[in-house]
Ligand binder design. Structure first.
Ligand code: 6R9
Length: 658
């Protein structure tokens, strides 16, 4: 329509503009409101109107992002004055400087004020069907009693307490009691030998040990107290050992003095040590990675909330042992900081039968299930019936952690366990990173998830790939060494008593970046896929290739093997020997390239693994190199007889006795 010049037209145009503007702002308001409903802090971030803007903001304004989140999500005794003071090249990392808080108050007291009877812990005991629930009020009482007990026995702020206990409420209360009185904890996996335990107690200079009389796992009793007795013989600094009775109901332990249930929390500086956790190094001694108070807790809480989409009232089922960083961040600190209900799993995936996880999901009405690919692969072998038997309709998110999850296992997890309706989050992180760094979620509800890919960086995480010369790879569809380009609050601060080793391992390889030691591929779409430890990269005919890539192909045959190729067969494999080798070689040749075919394939019963299921590849390499003196730290090995079998088999295969 033609409009004459003059007032009318002006009016129409302005009116039209106004309507347009209104609509525009309404829409903006809605988007803002959406992103603020997703994360309330986002309302205060300039220009952040949707989730991708929020992600960008968190990376380019990481200080403002973390400052807002820290103020909103932690209770402070004294506010911080400096958000961060970091120099990655010198390995100096400080967050929330000047701030004081108490981690146990953040995990307990503030929830006791609002909802004392909410269940904090569900202890899924080894004996299936005998779970014990512990409310926030009860857990605070247990923690305070233990805190007072430790204080009465001279444990002070800055001391280190070693906890050698199975996954149970008392172990959690012990961790929190340390946090309450300002002592650091050092949880040692209760499957480790006396020697491994002693080494960790000595290195941590720990004067106090907390343990239980006996452990029970998979129906087997282990003499934990006896192991401690043996260990402490070579630990002159140990002055006292506290022993709890595993058979006692922890809730029944409450009949003591009334004053005991109050334990004054220590005001801790943000950068005081919260805990040490030992992880095996590639050579020599295990490393005691050090995490501090505020940054670690905040990072564990935020990742727990957003990666798993954890909401109030959900039951979170992380089946990791508390002796692993996964148990620290996602069975204890993350869920409790968020006031959540968390499952403590004491058993194994196949006790009393391979339906254990799913029967538990049904009985405890678990909403998020978080486990390791090694267990998923094991259960897959037993078939779908064990899963179908149980109602899994409460499940909303499935998580995987610890190693690359191969496509077959991912698909089974998604299709069979999750009935194809739950997002599967393959979460990449390390003891060093404190919490999840790369994971498909958070992202839009309908954003694609690619099987076996960790995909997207978490808030403020800036992954960077380096080529072999140490140059930053900027394009997509490339592989390189995975580094993280800026500090984040959850990262480890040092290696206990060996800052030099910290610098050399993580800071020196790529100055200004945190070096993870893992390799990764960035896809055409910009998604990250972890290809495994860089020392697991093999160089065949000049091509660098991650062992995970070959494994993924081998596993997709109906045969299910491992690596070198060291190959573990499923029970029902009928083809054997040379014919089988040929078949495997053909597969690799077709799916990757001829050059990637293994020269030797050794069939083995099992592989040397750590307790958390990681294959100890350097042990395999040393066997092949016949350098048995050079195998390094074996203290985390699950079953040493596996190594003997492999040495024997290798000798047979190569026609020589080892
Ligand atoms: C949390 C944890 C860390 C190493 C890490 C990497 C491997 C962990 C992974 C993964 C591929 C994943 N890893 N998660 N590899 N995809 N989703 O496992 O800590 O015991 O310190 O091990 O585990 O190699 O560097 P930690």
């Amino acid at each position: 329509m033609w409009l004459p010049c003059g007032g009318t037209s002006n009016y129409i145009v302005t009116h039209f503009r106004r309507r347009l503007f209104k609509a525009y702002f309404r829409d903006l308001g809605r988007r803002r409101c959406n992103v603020a409903a997703f994360m309330p802090e986002a309302a205060g971030f300039d220009g952040v109107s949707d989730r991708s803007a929020l992600q960008e903001f968190s990376v380019s304004n990481s200080e403002s992002f973390w400052a807002a989140v820290a103020r909103q999500r932690l209770s402070w005794i004294r506010p911080f004055h400096t958000v961060q003071d970091c120099d990655l090249s010198r390995g100096e990392i400080k967050w929330f400087v000047g701030g004081q808080l108490n981690v146990s108050v953040n995990c307990l007291d503030r929830h006791v004020h609002t909802c004392p009877e909410r269940v904090a812990l569900i202890w899924e005991r080894d004996e299936s069907g005998s779970e014990v629930k512990v409310t926030y009020r009860e857990l605070l009482e247990m923690t305070c009693r233990l805190g007072n007990l430790l204080r009465r026995h001279g444990v002070k702020r800055g001391d280190c307490v070693t906890i050698y206990m199975p996954t149970c409420p008392l172990a959690v209360a012990s961790m929190l009691a340390c946090a309450r009185i300002g002592a650091a904890h050092n949880v040692v996996f209760a499957g480790f030998s006396a020697e491994a335990l002693a080494e960790r107690i000595r290195d941590a200079q720990s004067g106090t040990v907390i343990t239980v009389n006996q452990g029970v796992r998979g129906g087997k009793v282990t003499e934990l107290k006896k192991t401690v007795d043996t260990a402490v013989q070579s630990c002159p600094a140990v002055q006292q050992v506290f022993v709890a009775m595993r058979t006692e109901n922890p809730v029944a332990m409450t009949a003591r003095d009334v004053e005991d249930v109050v334990c004054e929390p220590a005001a801790m500086d943000s950068e005081d040590v919260l805990f040490l956790l030992y992880t095996s190094g590639s050579t020599g001694k295990p490393k005691g990675l050090v995490h501090t108070q505020a940054g670690y807790l905040l990072y564990a809480a935020l990742t727990h909330r957003y990666v798993f989409s954890y909401h109030d009232g959900d039951v979170f089922g992380c089946v990791a042992d508390i002796g692993w960083i996964t148990g620290h961040s996602y069975s204890v600190y993350g869920p409790l900081a968020n006031g959540g209900t968390t499952v403590l799993f004491e058993s194994t995936p196949i006790y009393p039968d391979p339906g254990r996880y799913w029967e538990m999901v049904q009985r405890l009405k678990i909403n998020q299930f978080y486990g390791a690919p090694t267990a998923i692969r094991l259960l897959l072998k037993y078939g779908d019936e064990w899963v179908h038997k149980y109602d899994r309709s409460t499940l909303k998110t499935l998580g995987s952690v610890g190693e690359p999850i191969n496509t077959e296992a991912w698909e089974w997890y998604h299709r069979v366990v999750g009935d194809g309706r739950c997002p599967v989050v393959d979460t990449w992180w390390q003891t060093e990173t404190g919490g999840i760094c790369i994971s498909p979620r958070p992202s839009d509800a309908d954003a694609e998830i690619v099987p076996g890919m960790a995909m997207r960086p978490f808030f403020s995480i800036k992954p960077t790939l380096m080529d072999t010369e140490g140059k930053v790879l900027t394009s997509n569809d490339v592989s390189g060494a995975l580094c993280i380009a800026q500090p984040w609050p959850g990262m480890a601060r040092t290696i206990h008593n060996n800052h030099q080793r910290f610098i050399e391992t993580y800071c020196r390889p790529h100055p200004g970046y945190f070096f993870t030691g893992d390799g990764a591929y960035r896809s055409k779409e910009g998604y990250y896929q972890i290809t495994g430890r860089l020392d697991d990269v093999i160089n065949v005919s000049g091509h660098r290739i991650g062992t995970a890539e070959i494994e993924d192909v081998l596993v997709r045959t109906s045969l299910s093997p491992g690596v070198y190729a060291f190959v573990v067969l499923k029970n029902d494999v009928e083809v054997q020997g040379a014919a089988l080798c040929q078949q495997l070689n053909n597969m690799v040749s077709k799916k990757i390239a001829k050059y990637a075919c293994p020269d030797f394939i050794q069939f083995v019963q099992r592989l040397p693994k750590t307790r958390s299921g990681k294959i100890m590849r350097r042990v395999l390499r040393k066997v092949v190199e016949r350098d048995l003196d050079g195998v390094g730290d074996l203290s985390t090995l699950d079953d040493p007889t596996a190594v003997q079998e492999i040495i024997q088999g290798h000798g047979d295969l190569c026609g020589k006795q080892p």
